[in-house]
Design a protein around this ligand. Structure first.
Ligand code: ZN
Ligand code: ZN
Length: 584
C-alpha cells in the first residue's frame, strides 16, 4: 500500500523513480569487487548519499529541517507514515535548492523519489508504510553532509539524558537503526546489528559524557561496527584529491582519492581502485604493509613543509580551514536544547556564543580562586576583552542580517510591477541602481565579517582550551578520567593502512560550506546589470550569510576531522576478522 503511495507521489513529479532504481545503479558500480568490507560499505553508502544529493545537505540544515517539520516535539518512537516522510524530504530538498546557486540546482523530485525508496527499503522492510521518528533522524543525520563531529554531537543530544549522560538503551537503539544502513546495501554480514554491538563500543558500562562519546566513536580505530562511518567521511574528503603519480599496477598516469604506498617495495604505489581490489604485481605482495595517503606533495613542497615544521611555524595559506593545535580541542559539553529548541538558527548561534561568554566568565571566576591565571595562559582582562569582542561580533552579524533583510524587502516592493513595465519605471530603475550601489557596502561588511570570523575563531580556540582544562581538572578531582580511551581500542589490530602524516588534503566543500563561496554568491547576486532573478539571488545571498554564520559556529565547535591526520595500519590480504565470506 505504501509503495503505491510512493509511486503516485513520484508520478506527480516529472522524474519517475523506479522502486529499485538506486539499487540497480549501485550494482552497476560494481562495488562488490572491493575486497575490504569497510571500504566496500563506505563506498556504497557514499554512492547512495551522493545519488540522493544528501551530501549537499549539511547536518545543521538537516537539524533545522527536523525542527521545521515539528519532529523535535514528537516522541522518538512515534511513527510517521510515508506520505509525511515524503513531505519532510520535499522540504529538505526545496530548502537545499534555495541555498544552491541557480546554476547548481538539483532535481528535487528525483532526489525525493530515490531517497524515499531507499528509506522505505531500509527502515520499513515489512511494508507497514510507517517508520519511527528516531529511525528517520538517525538515518538522515548519519547520511547527510557535514562533519562527523557535528553529526555525532547531534546524535549524542538525542541519546543522552538531561544531565548529558548517555543512555545505553538509547545508544543501543541508535546502533540498531544506523546499522540498518550497511544492511540495506548488503553489508549486513560485516556490519549488521547484534546484541553485542553496544559492548563493542563501550565495554564498560560507565558514565558516558559527550567527550567520551566523541573520543570513542572518533577513535582510531573506531568501534568495529561503525568503522565504515568515519571512512565514509574520509572518502568524501579525498574524492577530489589528485596525485600526479603513476599506479604501479594499472599504470594509469595519475590517481584520484587515496594513494597507497608500499612500506617495503621502493616506489611501489597503488591507486585506491587497485589497492581495494587486492591487486599486486612484481615483487610486491598484498601482505606488505601499505601507507594510505590522502594528499600529494611535490618534493619541493615537502622540503619546505619539513623546514617550517622544524622551525615551528605553520605554513601560511595552505589549508582552507583554520589550523588547530596539534592536540585537537574538543567542544565543551553542550546540551541538546541549544541545538534544538531555539526559534531560529541565528538566535541559537547567538545563544551559543553567549553561552561561551557566560561559561568563560564563570571559569575566569573559578580559576582566579583555584589557581593562578597564568597556569591557564589566560588572564581575567583577556577574558573580558574576548567577551567584548564576542558582543561586537554579534552586533556586526545582526547588522549584516538586517541589511540583507532590508534589501530583500526593498526589492520585493520594487518587483511588484510586471517586467515590461519595470523597464520603463524610472522609480524602479533608480531603486535597482541603488540596490547595486549597495554591493560595495555589503562586500565591505562581508570582508569585515570574515576578518572577525578569524578573530573569533582564535578567541574561541582559547576559550575551549580553558574550558577543557577546567573539565579535566574537575575530572581528575572526581577521580574518573573522561578522556581515557576504552581498553578495546589499544590492543586490537586493524587491517587498515597507515595514514600519511602529510597535511593538506583538500576537503570537498559543499557550496554553502565555505566563506569564500559566500563572497562569490554575493558578487554574483549583485554583479548583473539586469535584475536577472535578483530576488532569488538575494535570497541565495541572505541564505549564504546565514550559512556562513552557521559554519562559523560549526567551526568554533568542531574538531577538524579533515586536516588532522591519523594513522592506522592495514594489510590488504584479508578482511578484518569478521565472519564475512569474501566475494572474490
Ligand atoms: Zn591502479
Ligand atoms: Zn610491497
Amino acid at each position: 500500500m505504501c509503495h503505491r503511495m510512493i509511486e503516485e507521489g513520484s508520478k506527480r513529479g516529472k522524474a519517475m523513480v523506479e522502486k529499485r532504481q538506486l539499487f540497480m545503479e549501485m550494482r552497476a558500480q560494481n562495488f562488490d569487487v572491493i575486497r575490504l568490507s569497510t571500504y566496500r560499505t563506505a563506498c556504497k553508502l557514499r554512492f547512495v548519499q551522493k545519488r540522493c544529493n544528501l551530501h549537499l545537505v549539511d547536518v545543521w540544515n538537516m537539524i533545522e529541517a527536523f525542527r521545521d517539520n515539528g519532529l523535535n516535539t514528537l516522541d522518538h518512537n512515534a511513527e510517521i507514515n510515508v506520505s509525511r516522510l515524503e513531505t519532510i524530504l520535499s522540504s529538505i530538498y526545496y530548502q537545499l535548492n534555495k541555498r544552491l546557486p541557480t546554476t547548481h540546482q538539483i532535481n528535487v523530485e528525483q532526489s525525493i523519489g530515490l531517497l524515499l525508496n531507499f528509506m522505505v527499503a531500509t527502515y520499513d522492510s515489512e511494508s507497514h508504510g510507517k517508520l519511527t521518528v528516531f529511525s528517520m533522524k538517525a538515518m538522515l543525520s548519519t547520511m547527510c553532509g557535514g562533519k562527523i563531529v557535528d553529526k555525532l554531537r547531534y546524535i549524542f543530544s538525542q541519546i543522552s539524558d538531561s544531565n548529558g549522560v548517555m543512555m545505553f538503551a538509547k545508544f543501543d537503539q541508535f546502533l540498531r537503526e544506523v546499522l540498518k544502513l550497511p544492511t540495506a546495501v548488503f553489508e549486513g554480514p560485516s556490519f549488521g546489528y547484534t546484541e553485542h554491538s553496544v559492548r563493542t563500543c563501550f565495554p564498560q558500562q560507565k558514565k558516558i559524557m559527550l567527550n567520551t562519546f566523541l573520543d570513542v566513536l572518533m577513535a582510531d580505530p573506531p568501534p568495529q561496527c561503525l568503522v565504515w562511518l568515519p571512512l565514509m567521511h574520509r572518502l568524501a574528503n579525498v574524492e577530489n584529491v589528485f596525485h600526479p603519480v603513476e599506479c604501479s599496477y594499472c599504470r594509469s598516469e595519475s590517481m584520484m582519492g587515496f594513494r597507497y604506498r608500499c612500506q617495503q617495495c621502493h616506489g611501489y604505489q597503488l591507486c585506491q581502485s587497485c589497492f581495494w581490489r587486492g591487486h599486486a604485481n612484481g615483487p610486491h605482495s598484498n601482505q606488505h604493509q601499505m601507507k594510505e595517503h590522502s594528499s600529494w606533495k611535490s618534493p619541493a613542497k615537502k622540503l619546505s613543509h619539513a623546514i617550517s615544521k622544524s622551525l615551528g611555524c605553520v605554513p601560511i595559506g595552505e589549508p582552507p580551514h583554520p589550523v588547530f593545535p596539534e592536540q585537537a580541542e574538543r567542544p565543551p559539553e553542550l546540551t541538546h536544547t541549544v541545538v534544538l529548541e531555539s526559534p531560529s538558527r541565528l538566535d541559537e548561534e547567538h545563544r551559543l556564543i553567549a553561552r561561551y561568554a557566560a561559561r568563560l566568565a564563570a571559569e575566569a571566576g573559578n580559576s582566579t580562586q583555584q589557581c593562578p591565571p597564568t597556569d591557564l595562559g589566560f588572564n581575567f582582562d583577556a577574558n573580558k576583552q574576548q567577551r567584548q569582542l564576542i558582543a561586537e561580533l554579534e552586533n556586526k552579524n545582526r547588522e549584516i542580517l538586517q541589511e540583507i533583510q532590508r534589501l530583500r524587502l526593498e526589492h520585493e516592493q520594487a518587483s511588484q510591477p510586471t517586467p515590461e513595465k519595470a523597464q520603463q519605471n524610472p522609480t524602479l530603475l533608480t531603486e535597482l541602481r541603488l540596490l547595486r550601489h549597495r554591493k560595495d557596502e555589503l562586500e565591505r561588511r562581508m570582508s569585515a565579517l570574515q576578518e572577525s570570523r578569524r578573530e573569533l575563531m582564535v578567541q574561541l580556540e582559547g576559550l575551549m582550551r580553558l574550558l577543557k582544562d577546567e573539565e579535566q581538572k574537575q575530572a581528575s578531582q572526581s577521580g574518573g578520567s573522561p578522556h581515557s580511551s576504552p581498553s578495546h581500542g589499544a590492543g586490537c589490530s586493524m587491517p587498515m593502512p597507515i595514514r600519511s602524516t602529510s597535511a593538506g588534503s583538500t576537503p570537498t566543500h559543499t557550496p554553502q560550506d565555505c566563506l569564500a563561496g559566500v563572497g562569490g554568491d554575493v558578487l554574483e547576486a549583485f554583479a548583473h546589470g539586469v535584475p536577472r532573478n535578483l530576488r532569488n539571488d538575494l535570497l541565495v545571498a541572505a541564505d549564504s550569510i546565514t550559512n556562513t554564520m552557521s559554519s562559523l559556529v560549526k567551526e568554533l565547535h568542531s574538531v577538524d576531522d579533515v586536516g588532522v591526520e591519523e594513522e592506522t595500519n592495514m594489510r590488504n590480504g584479508g578482511d578484518r576478522g569478521t565472519l564475512r565470506v569474501q566475494k572474490h
